[in-house]
Write a protein of this length. Structure first.
Length: 72
């Protein structure tokens, strides 16, 4: 959940933060975080707008992705 003080922006929540303090209890791997981001975006996206996928880049050559069709 995005804390109210950040409005609708996720960047201030995660940028330069100790992830264990700001994310729900989980192992903050890219794979877990991308699913959490997908769920968060789904929850806060306006009615009629679909989130198709979320991709999180760890490095220029390493990323994790979650797609809507994988959510059952």
């Amino acid at each position: 959940m995005i804390p109210r003080r950040y409005g609708r922006s996720i960047e201030p929540v995660l940028d330069h933060s100790y992830l264990n303090d700001v994310l729900p209890p989980m192992n903050p791997t890219a794979e877990n975080m991308v699913y959490w981001l997908y769920q968060t975006f789904q929850r806060y996206t306006p009615q009629g707008v679909a989130v198709k996928f979320v991709r999180l880049h760890e490095t220029p050559n390493c990323d994790a992705e979650f797609r809507a069709e994988w959510d059952h």
